[in-house]
Design a protein around this ligand. Sequence first.
Ligand SMILES: NC(=O)C1=CN([C@@H]2O[C@H](COP(=O)(O)OP(=O)(O)OC[C@H]3O[C@@H](n4cnc5c(N)ncnc54)[C@H](O)[C@@H]3O)[C@@H](O)[C@H]2O)C=CC1
Ligand SMILES: O=C(O)[C@@H]1CCC=N1
Length: 270
Amino acid sequence: MLDTATVGFIGGGNMGEALIRGILQAGLLAPERLVVFDVSRERLEHLEGAYGVVRAETLSACAQASQVIIVAVKPQNMGEVLESMAPSTPHRPLVISIAAGVPIQTIEAALPQGIPVIRVMPNTPALVQQGASALARGTHAEDTHMEAALTLFRSVGIAHELDEKLLDAVTGLSGSGPAYVLHFLESLTDGGVLMGIPRPVARDLVVQTVMGTARMILETGRHPSQLKDMVTSPGGTTIHGLEVLEKEGVRGAIMGAVRAATERSKALGG
Ligand SMILES: NC(=O)C1=CN([C@@H]2O[C@H](COP(=O)(O)OP(=O)(O)OC[C@H]3O[C@@H](n4cnc5c(N)ncnc54)[C@H](O)[C@@H]3O)[C@@H](O)[C@H]2O)C=CC1
Ligand SMILES: O=C(O)[C@@H]1CCC=N1
């Protein structure tokens, strides 16, 4: 269904822009096939200028022009957006929501009966085609709808179909995950600076270490603990560093972060 579809974005903030940029860079759709509406004129001007996408003057115009509508507003704005969108959907577009925590049932209830809905949890590395998304289908979403949605999100990274009951956990894991990785990356860089390495060099070393380690997992298929053992000489430097991480409870803290974010996602759904 993507071959001929116009894809509309309602909300062109951080995540909307990451998806637009990723889809264009991947060459999946030409900019004329992407229509965007945002209440912020500044955002609309930026997206039109930076990417050449089509700007819609109203939410209804965006919805009416699109066979696939990606709703990318904050969970708190979902109610008003769905209410304004509902009368503009007689053509039964596929509605894709990326709002954290908002259940498919809530979206379906706000739209006319029979509209296909897919709930997705993507993440910001979609901006550079390295996103990670999980998708769950609503009552009226058929295979063709899921295939179109998977194609869209796979153009900006990896995507898995999952049962909706796991989407809050995905939000806490990979949805929020880039922030945890960046927190770690920043702390590691500060560690280098603390030990006297110039910040730009420390940053470069850290970014490559994180990227190289992730690729090593993917390309060797080995378990992280096996790869960790390869770095860790008996009585060497690494084991002394690891002892501090274990004493400080970093592993438990990270697991706790995923739990807290998952619970917050559930709470956002009401
Ligand atoms: N930022 C992230 O890492 C991720 C965000 N999400 C979800 O994506 C959604 C958007 O998040 P962000 O892009 O980070 O937020 P954002 O605040 O950067 O973007 C939201 C955009 O929606 C616009 N907006 C607000 N009300 C509107 C309306 N009535 N009609 C049209 N546009 C409207 C705002 O002007 C803003 O540009 C949220 O629901 C969030 O849960 C999902 C995965 C990752
Ligand atoms: O923090 C948030 O609510 C959004 C959802 C996942 C990532 N950012």
